[in-house]
Ligand binder design. Structure first.
Ligand code: LER
Ligand code: MN
Length: 272
């Protein structure tokens, strides 16, 4: 079963970023219910920024689940990355992600490694940075397994990381690990920049794909850009995709329009 999700950011430092809602958890859950999204994906400053009891009660009251929790605030807010040349920073990055895995697991939601992957440069060469990242995916994947959730890894476009940019590279990474608990997130915005053929890349991702960031070419909601969604949706059906499809778009022209446009697109492409 595909689950639809809408994103909420609780991180003021990420203002201007590609998240639909910005007015707190209660607002996001209310809107998710009224529009018909199955779940909410949370981008939080850290594990302690969210009141667990409040979130539990929102999940119950609105009958929506938590799709996933983003870990990018570790990079945006705290300057941590898993591929940093500084061992102390890498260690803090791993601890931050573990704390986000623990938080998400309380809601059966996986953590996503996106911006936390970082980039190579300075004193750290490409091969070394890649091995720092894959080592941490290995250990964090195992750690997430002890909490009964997968760990989700998201390749990003070249302007956000110089490590792994395509779904094929992501597949290579997850298949090189001993753990089978690391799954992939395919973000259609990053793929629009990096992939020769987005639909074909979805097929390459195949069984490794746990989540899609569903968004148009310009990072506005589906329908506001020039992406042709038909072959992408056909590829998702071909691989029997049964994960989360989350709208991670700019709140443009405003949050409600972005959310409404996306739920209409979901209904058109995936039915109710
Ligand atoms: C960042 O560009 C992104 O796509 C997020 O999902 C990762 O933090
Ligand atoms: Mn994304």
């Amino acid at each position: 079963m595909i689950r639809s999700a809408v994103t909420v950011s609780l991180v003021p430092e990420a203002k201007g970023g590609p998240f639909v809602f910005w007015e707190g958890l209660a607002h996001a859950f209310e809107q998710a219910e009224s529009l018909g999204f199955d779940a909410v994906e949370i981008f939080a400053p850290g594990p302690d920024a969210v009141d667990r009891n409040e979130l539990k009660s929102l999940v119950e009251t609105h009958g929506r689940s938590v799709a996933a929790v983003g870990t990018g605030a570790g990079a945006v807010k705290h300057g941590l990355t898993l591929s940093s040349g500084d061992a102390a920073i890498r260690e803090q990055a791993v601890e931050f992600v573990k704390s986000m895995i623990d938080f998400g697991a309380e809601f059966n939601a996986p953590a996503i490694i996106g911006s936390m992957q970082g980039r190579w440069g300075g004193q750290t060469d490409r091969t070394t940075a890649m091995s720092y990242l894959t080592d941490s995916l290995e250990s964090l994947g195992d750690y997430a397994g002890t909490r009964d959730v997968p760990l989700i890894y998201e390749p990003l476009n070249r302007y956000e990381t110089n490590l792994f940019n395509t779904i094929a590279e992501g597949v290579e990474v997850v298949e090189s690990l001993s753990t089978s608990n690391v799954r992939l997130l395919a973000d259609l915005f990053h793929m629009n920049i990096e992939e020769a053929d987005v639909a074909e890349a979805i097929r390459v991702g195949g069984k490794h794909l746990a989540e899609i960031h569903f968004v148009d070419s310009n990072r506005w909601a589906a329908g506001y850009g020039h992406t042709n969604f038909d072959p992408i949706v056909a590829a998702l059906k071909d691989i029997d995709f049964a994960g989360v499809i989350a709208v991670e778009s700019f709140p443009k022209p405003d949050s409600m329009s972005a959310a409404t446009k996306t739920i209409e697109a979901f209904r058109q492409y995936f039915g109710d």
